[in-house]
Each structure stands twice: as structure tokens, then as C-alpha cells.
Design a protein around this ligand. Sequence first.
Ligand code: FUL
Length: 679
Amino acid sequence: MSKMKNIKFIYFSTLCLFLSQVLIMKAQNYVQILPTDSPSDIIKKAAQTTPSVRQLRWQELELTAFFHFGINTYTDREWGHGHEDEKLFNPTQFDADQWVSVCKQAGIKQVILTAKHHDGFCLWQSAYTDHSVKHSPWKDGKGDVMKEVSEACKKHKIGFGVYLSPWDRTESSYGTDAYNDFFINQLTELLTKYGQIDEVWFDGANGEGPNGKRQVYDFERYYKLIRQLQPQATIAIMGPDVRWVGTESGYGRETEWSVMPIDARLQESIAKNSQSDATFAPMGDMTDSDLASRSKIIGAKGLIWYPSETDVSIRPGWFYHEAEDNRVKTPEKLFDIYFSSVGRNSVLLLNLPPDKRGLIHENDVKNLLAWRKLIDETFKTNMAKGAKIVSKNGLNSTLILDGKNNTHFTTKGQDTTTTIELNLNGMKTFDVLLLQENIRIGQRIESFKLEYWDKNAWKEVITGTTVGYKRLMRFDAITTNKVRLHILSSRLNPTIAELGLYKLPPSVLYKANTLEKMRKSPKNHKAVGKPAQLKTSPDPKYNKGGDKAWQNGTFGSNTAFNDGEWLGWNGQNFEGTIDFQKSEPIKKVSIDFFNLTQSWIFMPSEVILLASDDGINFKEIEKQSNFGIAEEGVRRVNFKVNIQAKFLKIVAKNYGSIPKGYEGFGSPTWLFVDEVVVE
Ligand code: FUL
């Protein structure tokens, strides 16, 4: 090589190295906050934190499924004790192809199999335990569920993930260092024998092992192994790539950020993390109503792209129980969940538990496919298509309708607010808004508003907070020829990758029900501002609105019990007293409860209204009971009275303990209250 060529070559390779470094730096999904960073620097950093390649792939799946299958399917349990008789595992018509093809038809892009649940029973031929299919009569002990499901996924070209429970109630080394080696061995089997693995799901449930000991898991070691053997796999829940949304109800937060704060404990991990994306997991209480608003990230030591996954079962339990054959979620309920998961910047992980035969039950298949039809019908035609778009400070406006989520509209200069006006192609009727940000450059939008042109004035359709990968909102149908979207606040120049206006099919027509409307515009209510007292403070986790939130005039969300406004008691009663300070005529008292048995939240067994003139001697006015626990969501209990009183007391008795047939059987139930209205 001549000298000149040599210099050119060195220059070229240095440039390549530099560029690849820049690319790696750009791809980094976490960032350190420096002591010199001002609050506005931090907000900017948050707006520029972006997903890793594997996180982006995962987010775009939108719909994924869980298969909870194992020894529990045959013992009719949710959490097995371990050491079950392996002979019980005996599917008679096992057909992994049926599981996967049903998912494929439903538009599900990836499935996750419970290779081992807490009971320790393995669905594959593990060399490290006897508690597995190997000792079952199924296929003479030669069967391998992992193998059959992974092959079906390859055949149908959908992703395949594995759930391996860290908690193991059979393995004798559990609770000692040796268990980490055992776990690594099992993980290695799963990651080397079944081709590509796209997601590894580590459950947070960690109970005692057979020897009464709790295990200290060497998660960092597990992560390293996964990155080495299956680098494309996302590691979920107790992992660095995907976060639990915080509930198993299917209803994510209305405000859902994908960029989370990293606290002081992880500073060291950030510093020693040499890879472009994190191999440490930001642990913490994922059930909090606010994980990453401005006030939460300003005090952080670092930031990480850590998006939410919404796991929910199509049935009350995670495993198949014959008794639940008629309690499969309806297509309409699943449709609602779709809007509250995928439509709230999350990925849906819908559990479809195969039955004793080894098939997804007919009832589940029927509802699943009917749900798919509802989604297809809804998103068939974008009414915004062909619209003329105008935005004074906007760039690339037309890209919001190009059908691609990797191209986007944004604003000029430093503008963090904007208005996009769409002149529709004639009069259109719609009741769904779809928005997407281009998350490849970050999540930024903090609040937005949609308006429509009503003959001679602009009127509000709906307001929202975060958008993220996808936001879906429903409202009473509107007919108009013009809409405009205001971005009211954003962490940096907002982006809109896609905008859609759709019409719901008649069977799922959105009608804000009266209770929902009332809860949005509370009546002027007498009790607010008057001294109120609670006998027992709520659980600190569900007490963000403070002890007075049960009568502060603000109604908690209709879909999210963890919105901060709802107050929750575990195993305890609600007893609230209002002091009007003078005798008041009272005609009506109402109190709202949240009923969501899957999240262990139950209606009270009894609600009692009492009145007093001295605050000491209370007289019972009325008592109500037998509310039923089947109907989910917000439930209102009304008392129509005609009394005069200085003090009112409301007692709601906790349901008690979770009844048989419900997840968490025997545990104390939660009671959720918000809000008491006196008229
Ligand atoms: C929980 C487990 O305890 C349940 O059994 C189920 O596997 C669910 C997905 O995660 O933590």
C-alpha cells in the first residue's frame, strides 16, 4: 500500500470508528444526569432518551400473548406448591399449532410460554430436575412443550418468548447460592435448544422455597447470559428492557411515560455499563400512579427508556380452570382493554391459558377472534385521509398521514407547542382519535387537545396527556369537516408520526355513561371544604391525594384505581366522618367504589350511613349490602334520605378475604373509595 493510500486508509478507519461510536452513543437508551445539569437540561435529556433496537422492535409488536400452561392446569391451582405428582400432567389433544395459529389470526405478534412456573414443574426435558414432563405419561415422557410451541411459532412466523419463574417451590437448592447456578443451567437450556428467543420474562413473585428460605437472585448474571446467547431478546419485568405496567387488570395509566428515572442505587450500574443499552434493571414500585412526570425525573441520577407492558388474562385466573369457562372476557371487554393498553403507550400481553386437553378452549377462541374483528372494523378507514393540513409553525405536516410511524411532523425552531389544522375531505363522522409520536427520537408530548369545527366555532372534543408510541381515545361521535390538534405542552419539539380519526362499529359504540359524565363534572357538593376525618388512614401506596381525597371534589379515574385519587385499604374498613359545623338538610349521599377482583379489589360487603348532632352519638340512617362482585369498574352506592344533621358518618365494610375461584384466594381484599358526595 502506498503511503498516501495508507494515510487515507487510516483516516477512513478512524472515521468509521468515530461514526460507529457516535451511532452507539446515539443508540444508548440511558443517560446519566450530571450534578451540573439544570432542571431544563434534565427535561431535554429525557426528551432525547430513545429505545434500543430490541425495545423498538418489541414496542411495534403491540399485541403479544402469554400461555400459562403446566402442572397447575391439572391441579386446578394458580400457584402450585411444588413436588406435584408429574403423572397428573397428561394433555389428551395437545396441539401447539392450534395455540399459535389462533394467536396469528388474532393479530398477535409474539407469544410467551411458561416453561416453568413457581411450582418448578418444567415443560421441557431439563437435565437438571426430575420435576418435569419427562416423568409424565404424556408422549411416554418424551414430550417437550417448549419444542412444539417454538416450532409452531417458526412455522407461523411469530415471535417466541419464555417465562422462567425465578421462584421455584420444588428445587432443593432454592435459597442458597447453588440455586443461581441451577437457574443459569436451566436458562442455558432454554436459550440454546429452541432457536431464536425474542423475550425472556422474569416474574417478580418471590416467595419462600421448600426450605423456608428466600432466594437472592443473581439477576446480573442472568442478564449477561441472555445478552450473550440471545442478544435480540427483550428481558421483561425483573429485567432491563421492559417494565410491568403495575396492574394485572389490563388498564394502564392515562399518563404513561417510557422514560423513567434511575435512582441513586443504580448510579454505579450506569457507570460500569459498557454496552450501548442498559444491562441493569431500574427496580422500584411500578404500581405508583406517577412514575416519571417532570417532578419525578428532576431529582433522578439518570434516565432510561423503560416502556410498560400490560399483562392481563382472558379469564379471571392465569391458568385454565373449568369453572371459569363462562367467565372468559367478552370481545367488547377485550376491546376496551386494547384501548387502555396499546392505546396508552403500552404493549398488551394477553394470557390465553390452554386447557387440560392441551387446546385453547373454544370460548376463548371465539371471543378472541370476535375481538380481532372489532379492531379491524374500527381501524379500516382513516377519516383524516386526504385532509389538507395547515400548521403555522409546523414542518412536514403531510407525514402525519403517510402511514409510517418512522416519519414525522415537528415544529420549527424551539417551539414546544403547535396547532395542526385538518380540513377533512368533506363531512366525516368519527369517535376515535389515534396519535403516534416518532419514539425513535424520544417521547415528548405532555398534553394535547382535539377540537372540531361546529358550523361557526371551534369546540373541544377531548384532551389528553402523554402520547408515546400510540395513544387511542374514544368520545361521543362527531360529524364535521374540520378538526385541529393543539399540542399544549411538550418536553422538546413535539413530533406526530401518525394521526387517525376512526369510527367505531355499532356493537362497541362509545357512549360516555351517566356515571362517567357525572364523575367528570362533579356537582357542587356540600361536604367539600368541611372538616372530614378518617378512622383509619389508607394504605400509603393508595393515599397520594391525601387522607381527605375521599371528599375533595375530585373524582378518581374511571379506569385506573392507581391514579392517585382513589384511596385503598387492605383488609380494613372505610369509616369517614364529615363535620358540617352546623345542622344541614341532607337529601342524598353517594359513595363510589372500585370493583376489580383481578386486582384483589372488591365491593364492600355493607355500607352504612349514620348521622349525629354532637359528633359522639351516631344514629344509623340506612344500610345497604349484596352489591355483587361480577361487574367491574366504578360502582356508585346512593342513599336517598331526608334528614337534618351536623355530622355524617359513612362506614363501608371490607369484603373480607378473597373467595374461592378468584386469584389470591384467602388473601385480604382491598377496598377502594372515591368519592363521597353530599347533596
Ligand atoms: C404473577 C404470577 O404470580 C402469576 O401466577 C402469573 O404468572 C403472572 C403473570 O405473574 O406474578
